[in-house]
Design a protein around this ligand. Structure first.
Ligand code: F6R
Length: 608
């Protein structure tokens, strides 16, 4: 979603602002802008609708050596994507960039009669409000920001500069992330640490309700109630290679292909295949607490929700006396669901910033239920607010469509399930096959990717012409099919839905005709025959089917079979998901769409 960058230091602010905004492009945006302020207090504001490239064209005619500035990529909420709605917004001597939503902007706007509003945004209202307290420099900028924020309802991450105080930046957050980069004779700001990589490794993550006054050599953080905060400087772990394409045409393909390594990072130090145990330090629950768990609630959105569904299928197979409910965060936050006291909630989020998931976390915590994060982004809001957690450690996921995070989220949750089962005294003969397969998964993933990439690339060409697709599976292959359908629809704009095989005859079978193609997951195992007869039902109605299977027995004359050769029995559906990721990728490439930044979508959905 929206991105923020800011700079105060010895170097040219425009350089960092543009490179930082480019790093944040992956989050999705529809317009961008920067403002820099010279030592003498002259502002240069440049804004453009569309991509950063448009902004750069304008920048070419407005190059400045100014050493302080702020920048923004906007994802429209209030008002259409346009230059006038793009940030920074000006009011008097100040300029403001803002992520989040000011919910009471209409009431505030009605009081701000002296300001001549030029945009339709809630952000300009906040700029005008700050300026009304600033009174053209009669009060320190930081005080004006605090006074304004005390009146605001909603969420924000903001950065403010003033032409009257051209050697400082003021930043603040409530519900929308901000990271301060601590440099040498420079201080940087970004809404996502990836913008800081290559500039500094030292970062301070601002907390909700904090405001910071930044100069090139100082960082003063306070709460809105003026209590000083002693900031913890943390290390940024991401390196440059992790946020570059590394020879691939797109981040999506790179992230699909790097799953053997990213899963290895998830497993590192946690799985001991030799003695058949799993050890997770992060959740912080004692053996006695683990033993008491009777109910797991798994909360997420989109792909994270699917990961929770799939993990739930596994965990209930080996953990006795436990019920599992996987819920969509945007629904759950408004449900009046009863949560039994012996529950634990798993909060699943790649970005750690998803607004609905965060809201659920806060609701669940209020009820005194322990919360465990399954998060990728280190230092993100969810990671910091959960009671304990297991980072999935897959490194930055730049492509909007989530792939490597999904695989690792599933396994991280299964490992958590295994720690519960171990504590509950489940026989190691039951758990050992899971642990053995998990330990071997990175290598199996490599084999499946290497073995199927060319086949999938070839067959994708025949399916790019379709506007509709049906994904099918049973048992754990059903949530895997749901994830496959989501991947296809979000990147290739093909209308794709998943159904449990057993549901076919209850309605979806009526759809099968030449407008559709079908992707069926047919794992080997006790339900093989049932899945095969479902495939037959579709075939008999003229379905255009791709079957992904690891069974040697599957011999129906479907259009295409992607056979995956694997020794894995339990996690075959997870391996089949790799094929579906590749299929979505190659169909999208054939259609010629923007693979990494699908229209209308943002990488991290920080507004409701
Ligand atoms: C799909 C996708 C989204 C995210 C969802 C949750 O490919 O990326 O469905 O999974 O927006 O995001 P996180 O995991 O950041 O909470």
């Amino acid at each position: 979603m929206c991105g923020i960058v800011g700079y105060v230091g010895d170097k040219k602010a425009q350089d960092f602002l543009i490179s930082g905004l480019k790093r944040l492009e992956y989050r999705g945006y529809d317009s961008a802008g920067i403002v820099t302020v010279s030592e003498k207090g002259k502002a240069t504001l440049i804004r453009a609708k569309g991509k950063i490239a448009e902004l750069e064209k304008k920048l070419a005619k407005n190059k400045r050596d100014d050493n302080v500035g702020i920048g923004h990529t906007r994802w429209a909420t209030h008002g259409e994507p346009s230059e006038k709605n793009a940030h920074p917004h000006q009011a008097g001597s100040i300029y403001l960039v803002h992520n989040g939503i000011i919910e009471n902007y209409k009431e505030l706007k009605a009081e701000l009669k002296e300001h001549d509003f030029k945009s339709e945004t809630d952000t300009e209202v906040l700029a005008a409000l700050i300026n009304s307290f600033y009174k053209d420099g009669k009060h320190p900028l930081v005080n004006a920001v605090v006074q304004a924020l005390k009146l605001v309802k909603g969420t924000y991450g903001i950065a403010v500069v003033s032409v009257l105080e051209p050697s400082e930046l003021v930043v603040a957050r409530s519900g929308s992330p901000l990271v301060i980069g601590v440099g040498h004779n420079e201080t940087l700001v970004a809404s996502d640490a990836s913008a800081l990589v290559g500039h500094t490794k030292r970062a301070i993550y601002l907390n909700d309700g904090e405001v910071a006054l930044l100069t090139k050599n100082s960082i003063e953080i306070k709460t809105l109630n003026a209590e000083p905060v002693s900031a913890k400087v943390e290390e940024i772990e991401t390196n440059l290679a992790a946020i570059q394409k590394g020879g691939y045409d797109h981040f999506l393909l790179k992230e699909i292909m790097e799953q053997p390594d990213s899963l290895r990072e998830t497993l590192r130090g946690r799985v001991n295949a030799e003695n058949g145990t799993v050890r997770l330090g992060g959740p912080g629950l004692s053996e006695a607490e683990l033993r008491k768990i009777k109910h797991l609630i798994i909360v997420g959105c989109g792909t994270a929700y699917h990961a929770g569904l799939l993990a739930g299928y596994y965990i209930e197979k080996f953990t006795p006396e436990i019920t599992i409910e996987t819920v969509i965060a945007s629904e759950y936050r408004y449900r009046d669901a009863y949560i039994p006291k012996d529950s634990v909630a798993l909060i699943v989020s790649q970005s750690g910033e998803t607004a609905d998931t965060l809201a659920c976390l806060r609701e669940i915590k209020k009820q005194g239920i322990p919360t465990i994060g399954i998060v990728n982004a280190i230092g993100s809001t969810i990671a910091r607010e959960v009671d304990g957690g297991t980072y999935v450690h897959v490194g930055p996921e730049i492509s909007v469509a989530s792939t490597k995070a999904f695989t690792s989220q599933v396994i991280a949750m299964v490992m958590f399930g295994l720690t519960i089962a171990q504590a509950k005294g489940v026989k190691s003969s039951i758990l050992a096959p899971y642990i053995k397969e998990i330990a071997g998964l990175p290598e199996e993933i490599r084999k499946v990717l290497d073995g199927s990439v060319e086949t999938v690339k070839k067959i994708a060409k025949d399916y790019a012409k379709y506007d509709h697709a049906i994904y099918l599976g049973r048992d754990a292959a059903y949530p895997a099919a749901m994830e496959g359908a989501l991947k296809l629809k979000e990147v290739s704009y093909t209308d794709a839905n998943a159904y449990a095989f057993g549901e076919l005859k209850h309605g979806p079978l009526a759809l099968v005709d030449d407008r559709f193609f079908e992707v069926a997951l047919v794992p080997d195992g006790v339900l093989l025959e049932k899945s095969v007869s479902n495939v037959q039902e579709v075939l008999a109605r003229g379905g255009h089917m791709i079957v992904v299977t690891n069974s040697d027995e599957f011999d129906l004359p479907v259009e295409n079979v992607v056979k995956i050769t694997t020794s894995m029995k339990l996690f075959a559906p997870l391996l089949m998901n790799l094929v579906m990721q590749l299929l979505a990728y190659y169909i999208t490439v054939d259609k010629g769409y923007n693979v990494d930044q699908p229209r209308n979508l943002a990488k991290s959905v920080t507004v409701e």
